[in-house]
Every structure is written in C-alpha cells, then in structure tokens.
Write a protein that binds this ligand. Structure first.
Ligand SMILES: NC(=O)c1ccc[n+]([C@@H]2O[C@H](COP(=O)([O-])OP(=O)(O)OC[C@H]3O[C@@H](n4cnc5c(N)ncnc54)[C@H](O)[C@@H]3O)[C@@H](O)[C@H]2O)c1
Ligand SMILES: O=C(O)C1=N[C@H](C(=O)O)CCC1
Length: 269
C-alpha cells in the first residue's frame, strides 16, 4: 500500500493557512493530520473545517506544535518569522519536511535555520508559485545579458494587510538580478527613496512597495535604459498558486537528504 504523507498546516486561520487547508483536503496525494494556531487563538479546540465555515474535517486546531508534528511527515508553514524559527527546530525533531513560505525573516533568522536543516529537509521560498520561480530565472538571464546602462527596479504590490517590505518575492527577484550582474545585492540595493536623494546610482537595484486593497501579489522587474525599457511581470490573482507550490514541495521533500532547498530545486528549473 502506498504511504500517503500526513500534513500539518501552521497558522491555519490565516489567509494562506485556510487556502492550504483547502488545497491539502482537496488532494488525494496527502492527508491533513494537524492544524496549528497561536496560543490564545479562538479557533483552538475547534474542528478546522467548521472554524472555516464548512464541513467538519476531523482535525481539531491545536496550539501544541510538537504533538501535531509527531503525527506528520510534513509541516507547511506560512506564519511569522519568530514562529517559523520555533517550528523549524520542532519539525526537525519530528523529522518532518518543513516547507517555509513565511517572509520578512532577517539574515540572522535565516542563518538560524541551519541546525534544523542538518536533521531534516527544509524547503524555503519567498514565493512558491511556478510563475514567479520561472520569472526569477528569466530575471537572472536578462540581467546577465544587459550592462549597467540598464537601470534595474523591482516594483511590487500587495494587499493592505501585508506587514513586510520589500516582499519576499521582490527580494528573490533582486537577488536574481544581482547574481546575473555578478554583484552582491546588499552592496547595490536601494530600498527606499525619499527627499533629495541625489541622482540614481549606476548599477544599483531599486525596490518599491505598493500596499492597497486585496491585491494578491504583483511584481515587475524593470530594466530601463536611454531609449528603451524591458518589463518582466508576474501577476498572482489567486493564493492557490502559492498553496499548490507548497504542497508540491512537501511531496518532493519526502525521502530527500536533510538540507535547505528552494522551489528551483523542487520545480527543477
Ligand atoms: N512564499 C509564498 O509563496 C507566500 C505566499 C503568500 C504569503 N506568504 C507569506 O506567508 C506569511 C503569512 O501570510 P498570510 O497572508 O497568510 O498572513 P496571515 O496574517 O493571514 O496569517 C498568519 C497566521 O499565522 C498565525 N500565527 C502567527 N504566529 C503563530 C504561532 N506562533 N503559532 C501558530 N500560528 C501562528 C497567525 O495567527 C495567523 O493566523 C507572510 O509572511 C507572507 O508574506 C508567502
Ligand atoms: O500576501 C503575501 O504576504 C505574499 N507574500 C509573499 C511575498 O512576500 O512575496 C508572496 C506573495 C504574497
């Protein structure tokens, strides 16, 4: 008999959490074995399907990560940086694949994932969609083909609840552009302009964040030179694209050697 991996969704009441619960329960390749929320959340103890306003799914929302992870083969985690760090250690203890969609992590927080990755598979990406990960590859290629006559600007737009900027996706695209150019992003990133900034510096990569309404996620990479412009664009209209990518990552990670991976590994791009 084929083994069907059990999945825990963290942040189950969130925008992505609810989308992930639906994606997992609609799939015949995995089964939902846990739904986690932060201590004190009013969904704790309730059936997650009923809390979402639908049919009971037979999974009660818990605030005990270790108990939930012990029953699972993968944890899909779109929460907040501090929570994700805590879950990484516990998922590694339970030998679960940890799929991390959480953005806004500092360089120190990302480095702190390393001990967990010695014992378990971590797949982390600021954007889990196929389209964005393809755009990352295209951005690298275009940046490598053009010289610094082309100014690179990354422009992103998201819903008004989003708490981090630039978005994880914008940073992935900026990293790809910097890699294509053979420079380090931290040496050339312009993350905010206000007031008398002086003229744009040649070779810099600019970031701009729009926040409004219910925008799911839009990213442009602009290459602007005297006389011409190239714009690479991705528009997400449905969070299902992120959830499908995360589920693919959870399945892909089964049986892989411990370590840190990203969606380029998962999608073979
Ligand atoms: N990588 C991607 O493809 C992708 C796509 C969409 C969103 N995101 C990121 O995912 C994260 C969540 O986004 P969202 O729009 O769903 O946010 P949200 O605020 O709607 O949901 C976050 C959920 O996490 C829960 N949470 C926080 N701390 C917790 C803890 N200690 N234990 C359990 N649950 C906890 C919150 O209660 C909330 O329900 C953000 O960082 C966002 O940028 C990534
Ligand atoms: O809604 C969000 O928050 C999103 N976050 C990711 C990011 O920061 O790039 C992916 C797009 C949606």
């Amino acid at each position: 008999m084929t083994h069907i991996p059990g999945i825990v969704i963290t942040g189950a009441s969130g925008r992505m959490g609810q989308m992930l619960v639906r994606t997992v329960t609609d799939s015949d390749k995995v089964r939902l074995v846990g739904a986690l929320e932060r201590p004190g959340h009013d969904w704790i103890g309730r059936d997650v399907g009923e809390a979402m306003g639908g049919q009971a799914l037979g999974v009660a929302v818990t605030d005990d990560p270790l108990e939930a992870f012990a029953k699972a083969q993968a944890v899909i985690d779109f929460t907040a940086p501090a929570a994700t760090l805590e879950f990484a250690a516990l998922a590694a203890q339970a030998r679960c694949v940890h799929v991390i969609g959480t953005t806004g992590m500092t360089a120190e927080q990302i480095a702190a994932l390393e001990p967990a990755a010695r014992h378990a598979v971590i797949v982390r990406a600021g954007n889990m969609s196929l389209g964005v990960n393809l755009l990352v590859q295209l951005t690298k290629k275009v940046a490598a083909a053009l010289d610094e006559d082309f100014d690179i600007e990354v422009i992103e737009a998201h819903h008004h609840h989003k708490i981090d900027a630039p978005s994880g996706t914008a940073l992935m695209l900026g990293e790809a552009a910097a890699e294509g150019r053979g420079v380090r992003l931290e040496d050339v990133a312009d993350r905010a302009r206000d007031g008398i900034t002086g003229a744009r510096q040649r070779g810099h990569i600019g970031f701009h964040a729009i926040r409004g309404g219910d925008i799911v996620g839009e990213h442009d990479v602009l290459f602007a030179a005297p006389g011409e412009r190239i714009v690479l664009r991705h528009v997400a209209t449905d969070r299902a694209v992120f959830a499908r990518g995360a589920l693919k990552a959870a399945l892909w990670g089964q049986g892989k050697a411990p370590g840190q991976y990203d969606m380029v590994d998962v999608l073979g791009l």
